[in-house]
Design a protein around this ligand. Structure first.
Ligand SMILES: C[S@@+](CC[C@H](N)C(=O)[O-])C[C@H]1O[C@@H](n2cnc3c(N)ncnc32)[C@H](O)[C@@H]1O
Length: 278
């Protein structure tokens, strides 16, 4: 249910929002770029996201709000030039990963990849797996498209859409080898907790899409969200914890810049790794 209660339209952006200008352009240039004329394809890409939060027929509370954040010239150019090559448009039909990736391989879904640093590193380190990154944020999608091209990453595809709808409509049951959800927006205010992505209904949907033996790996630096994740994942009958409580960070998940800074300041990070049971 999407409520129209004004109290449900927070002005406060979520904490840990990725740095949209991370790929070097100055803010003024980024601002100009954000207002530069763009091709019809880019317009379409931008429009689909711009309208997502309030799209008619939405059946759930969104875990993101649309923000007119900065986008650099490079990110905008990447959206315009590379979207067709590396992204898959959202559609209410099941995706065939073998066609999308051009090969049969285990497919790992990442939800909310931000600027894509971690996604790039993991995809490069695990060439035998297919990675499907889902993100709503234009600058983030532009940033990851650039990374795909700059680092020649063949095993990564992007869907720019609400992950809840992607999982519900495009991912077949029992099909994923893994799911990564790293540092989802914490929505720290109590009245916004309903916007947190990892709620029982969505976790149940996600679990149904993981193949038996596959995994879901979440990480957060918000202790009360970590507690909520542990409770929700433990309460899902299709999932079993791989350890007691929180897991050590596995080698394949690199430390993010933001996490390194947080750890230096003494903040905690909690990893959770659950397996799909048969
Ligand atoms: C706090 S950022 C973390 C980014 C990245 N995973 C990291 O560790 O740096 C959370 C990201 O999730 C994205 N996001 C939130 N809800 C989403 C949804 N329903 N579908 C797709 N992306 C979503 C946001 O746009 C944002 O970029």
């Amino acid at each position: 249910m999407n409520t129209n209660n004004p109290a449900d339209k927070p002005a406060t952006p979520p904490v840990n929002t990725p740095d949209t200008t991370a790929d070097s352009a100055a803010p003024a240039a980024a601002h100009a770029a954000a207002h530069a004329p763009v091709s019809p394809e880019t317009q379409a890409a931008l429009a689909s996201t711009a309208h997502a939060p309030n799209s008619p027929g939405a059946t759930h509370i969104r875990s993101f709000v649309h923000r007119r954040g900065h986008i650099t010239q490079g990110q905008l150019a990447a959206l315009e030039r590379l979207m067709d090559q590396w992204s898959i448009p959202y559609s209410a039909r099941r995706l065939d990963p073998a066609t999308a990736f051009g090969r049969q391989a285990p497919t790992v879904l990442e939800i909310g990849f931000g600027m894509g640093e971690t996604t790039e590193k993991i995809a490069l380190a695990r060439p035998g797996d297919n990675f499907l990154g889902v993100e709503v944020f234009n600058a983030g999608v532009g940033s990851l498209l650039r990374r795909i091209e700059d680092s020649s990453i063949p095993n990564l595809r992007i869907i720019q859409h609400d992950a809840v709808e992607v999982v519900r409509d495009m991912i077949a049951p029992d099909s994923l080898a893994g799911v990564h959800v790293y540092f989802p927006d914490p929505w720290p205010k109590k009245r916004h907790h309903k916007r947190r992505l990892l709620q029982p209904a969505f976790v149940s949907l996600l679990a149904s899409r993981i193949a038996p033996g596959g995994y879901i790996h979440c990480a957060t630096d918000w202790e009360d969200y970590a507690v909520q994740m542990l409770e929700v994942l433990s309460g899902e009958p299709l999932l079993a914890n791989t350890v007691e409580g929180y897991a050590p960070r596995p080698d394949y998940r690199p430390l993010t810049k933001f996490e390194t800074r947080g750890l230096r300041l003494g903040h905690g990070v909690w990893d959770l790794i659950f397996k799909r049971v048969a």
